[in-house]
Write a protein that binds this ligand. Structure first.
Ligand code: M6R
Length: 352
C-alpha cells in the first residue's frame, strides 16, 4: 500500500534515503576508501557508450559525465536513436540503463551493440529481467519496487550505482571524498524531505504557462529530469536546457509567466556562469527559483530558494533532483492530476 501517503510517487520520493542505503550496502568501504562491485571491478573499460530512454537516459548522461571526469571517453545515447543508427563502437563497453529491464528501445540498442561484437552491461533494478538475461554483466541498483509511472527513487539509485561503477572501475581522483558524500546522501536527502519549501513554491507558480529548468555539467541532466517529471505528471509545458544554451534560442520563450528553475551548486566557475544565465532571464522578468546549497550568491538574484545541503558536486545532483521531484509532485497535486498513472503513459514501454 501507500503507507499513509496520498500517492505512490510521494511514498517513493520519501523512500530515497533507504533506496540509496540499499544500493551502497556491502559495496563501499569508507575506511579504506574502496568500492567493491564484484567482478565488474575487473572490467576496466577504455570507453563507454550508454543507451537508455527517458529518466534512465538522464541518469546515463550523468554517468557519462562521471566517467569522463575519471578520464574515460564516455557518451550517452538515446536508445531509440542508437538502435536506428548505431555509432562506431570500437572497444567500448555498451551500458544499458533501464529500471524495468524491459524497455524495448533499450533492449534493441543493446542487441544491435552485441551483434557488432560489443560487451554489454545492464544497470537495472529488476533481477531476472530481459536486460539482465541478455547482457554480459549486471549492476543492480537495488531501489526496491517502484509503482508510480514517474520514475523517482530509481533515478536516485541509478545515480548512486553509476557512482559505484565509476569508483569501482577507474582511477578517479578523490575517491575518499566521493565515497563519504555517497554515504551522506541518505541523511542529506532526509533533511530535504523534512524541510523542503517545494510545496509553497508549487502553490505560487501552479498557474504558470510553462516551466523551464537550467543546469550545467552534472546539473544539466537534473534540469532535463526536472522538466520531464513536470511534463509527465502535471501535463504542463516544461523544458530543460543546458544553462549556456538558453541564450541560443529558448530565451525567446521566457516571460513573466514562465518560471525558471536554476540548479546552482558550489561556488566555482560553473556556478558563476549559471548565475550569469539567471541574470539573463531575470532581465526578461521571469520568476527564478534557485535550487542551491548556498555556496554562491545566486540567492540574491532570485525569487525563491530551494535549499540543498552542501556536499560533493556528484552528490549535489541527487539532492537537487529531490527538490525538483517535490515541486512537480505538488504542482500536479494542486492540479488534481492522476499522479501515479499519468494519461497516455505506461510504467514499462515494451514497443519500439
Ligand atoms: O524502465 P526504464 O528505465 O527503461 O524506462 C525508461 C523510460 O520509459 C522511463 O524512465 C520513463 O521516462 C519514466 N516514465 C520517467 O518518469
Amino acid at each position: 500500500g501507500k503507507s499513509g501517503y496520498d500517492h505512490f510517487m510521494l511514498k517513493e520520493i520519501h523512500e530515497q534515503p533507504r533506496a540509496i542505503r540499499q544500493c551502497l550496502r556491502g559495496r563501499v568501504d569508507e575506511m579504506a576508501a574502496t568500492v567493491d562491485i564484484g567482478d565488474l571491478g575487473d572490467l576496466s573499460p577504455t570507453g563507454v557508450q550508454f543507451v537508455a530512454c527517458g529518466t534512465s537516459y538522464h541518469a546515463a548522461l550523468y554517468g557519462a559525465n562521471l566517467l569522463r571526469n575519471a578520464g574515460i571517453p564516455a557518451q550517452a545515447f538515446l536508445a531509440s536513436e542508437y538502435a536506428t543508427s548505431p555509432p562506431p563502437i570500437g572497444d567500448a563497453l555498451v551500458v544499458g540503463v533501464t529500471q524495468s529491464g524491459e524497455t524495448a528501445d533499450t533492449l534493441s540498442a543493446l542487441r544491435e551493440a552485441r551483434k557488432r561484437g560489443a560487451r554489454t552491461l545492464a544497470v537495472t533494478n529488476t533481477v531476472g529481467s530481459t536486460v539482465a538475461r541478455e547482457c554480459d554483466h549486471e549492476l543492480y541498483i537495488r531501489a526496491g519496487p517502484e509503482i508510480g509511472v514517474a520514475a523517482s527513487k530509481t533515478f536516485a539509485s541509478q545515480l548512486a550505482a553509476l557512482n559505484l561503477f565509476t569508483l569501482g572501475t577507474t582511477r578517479v581522483d578523490g575517491k575518499r571524498d566521493i565515497i563519504s558524500a555517497l554515504r551522506d546522501l541518505p541523511s542529506n536527502i532526509q533533511a530535504i524531505l523534512d524541510e523542503s519549501q517545494a510545496k509553497a513554491v508549487a502553490e505560487t507558480y501552479v498557474d504558470s504557462d510553462a516551466y523551464f529548468f537550467i543546469g550545467r555539467g552534472l546539473q544539466y541532466p537534473v534540469a532535463l529530469e526536472g522538466a520531464l517529471k513536470m511534463k509527465e505528471i502535471t501535463y504542463k509545458h516544461a523544458e530543460g536546457f543546458a544553462a549556456g544554451e538558453l541564450k541560443h534560442g529558448p530565451l525567446a520563450l521566457v516571460t513573466e509567466d514562465t518560471p525558471v528553475f536554476a540548479v546552482v551548486t558550489g561556488d566555482g566557475e560553473m556556478a558563476r556562469k549559471t548565475i550569469g544565465n539567471v541574470k539573463e532571464v531575470e532581465a526578461r522578468n521571469a520568476p527564478v527559483v534557485a535550487v542551491t546549497d548556498g555556496q554562491s550568491d545566486v540567492g540574491r538574484y532570485v525569487d525563491a530558494v530551494l535549499e540543498v545541503p552542501e556536499t560533493h558536486p556528484q552528490a549535489a545532483a541527487v539532492l537537487a533532483n529531490v527538490q525538483l521531484q517535490l515541486v512537480s509532485y505538488y504542482v500536479a497535486d494542486e492540479l488534481g492530476r492522476s499522479i501515479d498513472k499519468p494519461r497516455n503513459l505506461a510504467k514499462s514501454v515494451t514497443v519500439e
